[in-house]
Design a protein around this ligand. Structure first.
Ligand code: GLA
Length: 390
């Protein structure tokens, strides 16, 4: 009986954002070590994923992909074994076209062979890109091919489709059998990028859920302008801790996979605090996997509320200030299904301050700093019951 993959949004680390082509066995082993020693593993992060640039530029005489022996001198199975020895899962990358985005061999017309190779190495996760797609064949078919190959390769391999939201992917990817799908172009380490990507997926939550998650792209939390890849980060890039907090909160409440992109071997305390906020992670990992809906603020459409029902009857509530000014936000409970006359109130637990802030009956009003957010777990309390008991 195959294991059920992606019951909740996948969590892990991916090499691309910070290291791009500069990857090797030592880095991946170091990342696996750091996953354990920093507490990321205990917080729920599981997959260690090698992105593009791991193979030789040519397949071998049998048409098999070959790990670059300079970068991975002991082969890929040895790396997978090491990752597994830490109690973690191992991920790798390929592409639905003839080449990967960085020009290495893609899996087009090699789908079943590559799935078998990955299985033999002990791969648990495949990110599958969309570059160099041959003309004349629908992208949808290419994802269906690899999904079929993976689902029958004899190993549980989570299929992470990465076609950047193209070709109406929201409408067909779940049926194709993938466990997550990139819905956006590539993230950059900037507030503008975070904001654009998140807003592009508002209102699209009904097309994702348990077994197939909308992936808004890997996290830039903690990168602080550092990357080998100057398109993603570098001089002039980087975000404030507040912006990283908001980024993490958005990805969490929107049920995106949480794939870390910073150098986890060298995280500062703030980065750790953000990435390992268990209250926020719990909202992301809620077993029911319902996406949030948006509630408009009456006076300001750039201050947004996302509300997501949780398995135990609570609600996740995120209030996000996308403006550059300190702004008022008021969430009217009428808009989320709670009339004043019901006799119920919502008790707000602040997932960043880690404390209960009070009970509110009709609305919650606050002021949020630019690019900041507030995130709550709200519990319904019966006011009549409480009064009667006294
Ligand atoms: C694309 C993907 C990125 C990354 C690179 C690798 O741009 O969207 O996430 O995998 O390819 O070349």
């Amino acid at each position: 009986m195959p294991k059920k993959l992606a019951l909740t949004p996948p969590m892990g680390w991916n090499s691309w954002n910070t290291f791009s082509w500069k990857i090797d066995e030592e880095l991946i082993k170091g990342a696996a070590d750091a996953m354990v020693s920093t507490g990321l593993k205990d917080a729920g992060y599981e997959y260690v994923v090698i992105d593009d640039c791991w193979s030789l530029k040519e397949r071998d005489e049998n048409g098999c992909l070959v790990a670059d022996p300079q970068k991975f001198p002991h082969g890929m199975k040895a790396v997978a074994d090491y990752v597994h020895s830490k109690g973690l899962k191992f991920g790798i990358y390929s592409c639905s076209g003839t080449h990967t985005c960085a020009g290495y061999p893609g899996s087009f017309e090699h789908e079943f062979q590559d799935a078998a190779t990955f299985a033999s190495w002990g791969v648990d996760f495949l990110k599958y890109d969309y570059c160099y797609k041959p003309k004349g064949i629908p992208g949808e078919l290419l994802y269906k091919r690899m999904a079929m190959a993976l689902r029958n390769c004899g190993r549980d391999i989570l299929f992470s489709a990465c076609n950047w939201g193209a070709d109406g992917v929201h409408n067909w990817i779940r049926e194709s059998g993938a466990q997550m799908f990139r819905s956006t172009g590539d993230i950059q380490d900037s507030w503008q990028s975070i904001k654009n990507l998140a807003l592009s997926q508002f209102g699209k939550q009904s097309q994702a859920g348990v077994y197939c998650w909308n992936d808004i792209d890997m996290l830039v939390v903690g990168m602080s302008g550092h990357s080998e890849n100057n398109w993603i980060a570098g001089e002039g890039f980087g975000c404030t801790d507040i912006e990283y907090k908001t980024h993490f909160s958005l990805w969490a409440i929107m049920n995106s996979p949480l794939m870390i992109g910073c150098d986890i071997r060298n995280m500062n305390d703030k980065t750790k605090e953000i990435l390992m906020n268990r209250d926020v992670i719990a909202l992301n990992q809620d077993p029911e996997g319902r996406g949030p809906y948006e509630v408009q603020h009456w006076s300001n459409d750039r201050v947004k509320a996302l509300v997501k029902p949780l398995e135990n009857g609570d609600y996740a509530i995120g209030l996000f200030n996308f403006t550059d000014q300190r702004s008022e936000m008021s969430l009217e409970f009428w808009d989320i299904g709670l009339p004043y006359a019901s006799g119920y109130a919502l008790e707000f637990y602040d997932c960043w301050a880690h404390k209960t802030v009070g009970q509110f009956r009709e609305r919650y009003v606050t002021h949020i700093e630019p690019h900041d957010c507030e995130v709550f777990r709200a519990k319904l309390v019966n006011l009549n019951k409480r009064r009667r008991r006294k």
